[in-house]
Design a binder for this molecule. Structure first.
Ligand SMILES: Cc1cc2nc3c(=O)[nH]c(=O)nc-3n(C[C@H](O)[C@H](O)[C@H](O)COP(=O)(O)OP(=O)(O)OC[C@H]3O[C@@H](n4cnc5c(N)ncnc54)[C@H](O)[C@@H]3O)c2cc1C
Length: 368
């Protein structure tokens, strides 16, 4: 007999789970998405956790797996007939003002490469060598280049995953769903039942579970970024991670993204703050002066989900084995989100995951 799975939330986690589950003909699948504040559509797109100096080893393990997994996701999408997959391994350059500051990062990346060959070549660069990779960059910096770093357009990726899921017979509904009980979801006054429910609702997970008596340790964080349309040939530029708050991401056709803000205590606010956009634009010009000549053509705003220890979680809700959740992905959810969605899909399909998810147990964050 077919199993019915309802996924609530069509960001990167929900859409990846939908794509993989829809490949199984024994699954009858419904994806419900409100589509407001979606972090995935607002995100910058850096896929390179290997220079991070965060001490949380569990975060690193999951996020590094997520970055490596992109190669498989691309292959699986290609096998499903997808074209123009918006992931590109461009390499990533971290910038520093002094050469000695690169040594520590180089050591971290080299140690990590021992069991993650995807990191590829690790090269330190100075002055003009860095600007050769990124022509408008002032030749004043020291850089470390990681060959395996890359970038993703999150919005395009979820559109593609959902397109494939629809081709496989999935149903996509738009609206704000409510969880009634372990097997029932309400949407627009209609009740839908399921054998499994996946709550991939990012920062809105507390609202989903509160009616069932759960408290969830997840808070929203506002993020804004800006886009420039430049005349540069940016298609092969690496992602640039300067020191300080901003990153500079070149995409195709001269598009450059600068971001992002990390605004706590703003709740689910989605209003544009022109001052913050201007500050980020000015900051980018301190590294690449020519960027000041291009006006901001688009802005994006989304809501990240954070737990109190900044770590993500996924698995089943305590005492409710049929309800799956994933949240708290913070500022690295584009990187680890597809891996998490794939893992949840495999568990629902009863497949071997080859990954110990015990450090990411939802019970650490969800209490009755
Ligand atoms: C500005 C910005 C820059 C970022 N840059 C990066 C980056 O460079 N690299 C990186 O790895 N990560 C980055 N991130 C983080 C990353 O985007 C997120 O961690 C990730 O996208 C979260 O995915 P998600 O699927 O959990 O949630 P989301 O993408 O937020 O999706 C959740 C979806 O659930 C829907 N929903 C919620 N409640 C309901 C309901 N009741 N009914 C129906 N639907 C509902 C929402 O509308 C939304 O569409 C960035 C985030 C922001 C905001």
């Amino acid at each position: 007999m077919k199993k019915h799975v309802i996924i609530i939330g069509g960001g990167i986690v929900g859409s990846t789970a939908a794509f993989y589950l829809s490949q199984d003909s024994n699954i009858d699948l419904t994806l419900i998405d409100h589509g407001v504040g979606t972090a995935t559509r607002a995100a910058a797109g850096i896929i390179c956790p290997w220079m991070a100096q965060k001490k949380n080893k569990d975060w690193y393990r999951l996020t590094s797996q997520g970055a490596v997994f992109y190669r498989q996701l691309v292959a699986d999408l290609e096998s499903a007939g997808a074209k123009d997959i918006p992931f590109k391994q461009t390499g990533t350059i971290g910038l520093k003002s002094k050469p000695e500051l690169l040594d520590k990062i180089k050591k971290i990346a080299e140690d990590r490469r021992l069991d993650t060959p995807t990191i590829g070549d690790i090269t330190t660069l100075e002055g003009q060598e860095v600007s050769n990779y990124l022509p408008p960059l002032k030749p004043d910096f020291y850089g470390i280049h990681l060959e395996g770093g890359g970038r993703i357009d999150g919005g395009k990726l979820i559109d593609l995953l959902q397109e494939k899921f629809l081709e496989n017979g999935g149903a996509l509904l738009q609206g704000q769903a409510r969880l009634i009980d372990e097997g029932t979801v309400q949407l627009d006054g209609r009740e839908l039942t399921a054998d499994h429910i996946i709550l991939a609702t990012g920062s809105w997970l507390p609202d989903m579970l509160e009616p069932l008596g759960y408290q969830v340790d997840v808070r929203p964080q506002k993020g804004q970024l800006l886009e420039l349309d430049t005349d540069f040939d940016t298609s092969d530029w690496p992602v640039c991670m300067p020191y300080g708050q901003i990153d500079i991401l070149p995409f195709e056709n001269g598009k450059i993204i600068v971001g992002a803000t990390h605004e706590d205590n703003m709740g689910y606010d989605l209003t544009l703050d022109p001052e913050k956009i201007q500050t980020m634009h000015e900051k980018s010009a301190e590294f690449m002066p020519d960027l000041a000549n291009y006006p901001v053509v688009r802005t994006r705003i989304g809501t990240r989900a954070y737990t109190s220890n900044y770590a993500p979680f996924y698995g089943t809700v305590p005492e409710m084995d049929n309800i799956w959740v994933a949240s708290g992905l913070g500022s690295s959810g584009l990187t680890n989100g597809p891996f998490i969605g794939w893992q949840i899909a495999k568990e629902i399909l009863g497949k071997d995951t080859n990954f110990d998810r015990s450090p990411y147990e939802p019970a650490n964050y969800i209490k009755r």
